[in-house]
Design a protein around this ligand. Sequence first.
Ligand code: SF4
Length: 425
Amino acid sequence: MALSGTKTIEIKNISPDTFCVNPWYYLRINATGTASYCIRATDVWEEPQQDFEDFFNNSNLVTATRQSMLGGKFPAGCNRCVPEEATINGAWRKSQNLRAAIVDNNFFHESVQQSPVLSRLVSNNLKPHFVFVSFGNQCNMSCRHCFRISSNKLAKIYDQHNYQDISGLPGTRNLAADQDWTQDQSRWEKFLSYIVDNRDLHQLAINGGEPVVTPRFYELIDHLIKHNRTDIKFSFSTNGTVFDQTLINKLQKFEHCYIDISIEAIDPVNDYVRVGADYQTVSQNFFKFLEHQIPGKLVVGGHPTPMVYTVEKVHTFLDLCVEYDLESWITPAHPQRFLKVEVLPSDIKAQTSEFLRHRYANVTNASIANGIKKICSWLDQPEPADIDDLRKIFVQHTKDHDRMLGTDFSKTFPHLVEFYKAYGF
Ligand code: SF4
């Protein structure tokens, strides 16, 4: 069936295997001021955008991505989702479609026709429902799994040591150490108007760098309050190193605010990875945030990124999430395969998988139960053919970062030293 609006599309050409609603709903603005159509898309390093509305409706990137999906093909920028299609946890893409009532079965085409996305597919005058924005890479930490695009502190350390950011996303490895597109006052004001005037906007999510050390973050909150846009779902990610009561007082004015706190573990491994953090201070702050929760209105969530260094201790944080029944968003290290849990020795992977399965066997918190399923699937998968190469890169990355960041792998992980000697440690 053909459907017409500003343009005409053939619904039968849309494939349940490649379609995703996100390019019609999401706008992502990066630290450099470039933009994209999804938090997961990877081909986003075009010229910085002067006009986000024009980008969302007319840019080459968004137009080509939408056309590709309407023609049944995976867009190049969605390559991060492709490997998930066959995994036990299912594709993120499908979960996004379900949010628009599109099902992944024989009724796919019927569900597209009844979905709220339908009118968007044929329109050239869209405003995003979800905006994810980074104001720049200002950060007070230099996490070893981070990138120069996300931490100016890490970028400056890399520059001092003349170190090439091997793990950064393509197109970001040679960026200047400081990134902050909001310093262009006219772009910033245009952005503020675009957000406040967008009556379709459901959610505004801020990430970094570290938002709470960024003056524009506070300016945005004041602007939203002043213009009565506390009706949107406001969220931000934070490393939990700063607790500011004045900020909490303002966040309480929003109808819904979600604070996503990144902690790896309540253990020294957290500080080995998240360099600049002190896990005791972060956990004290975490409790202060919890004290201010208002059910359904001001909500705190935990966000660990279990990786080779931290997966053995992730339970120290997940236990808290279970105790306080918090939503927990568990994501793997990305895109660095050499930091993923698969690089651990096989006996440690097996023991950790068994330990986590047993510890959370009866957990009723769905986000933790799903997270444990995910972590165990990473730990249980067969070792890939290039595992030796990954372990060598891991060892080199670890040694380089110990030298630059003043950390010591052998003190924090004495039980792993012997194993990694065979890979150059
Ligand atoms: S397929 Fe994946 S990367 Fe592409 S838009 Fe959907 S969720 Fe984003």
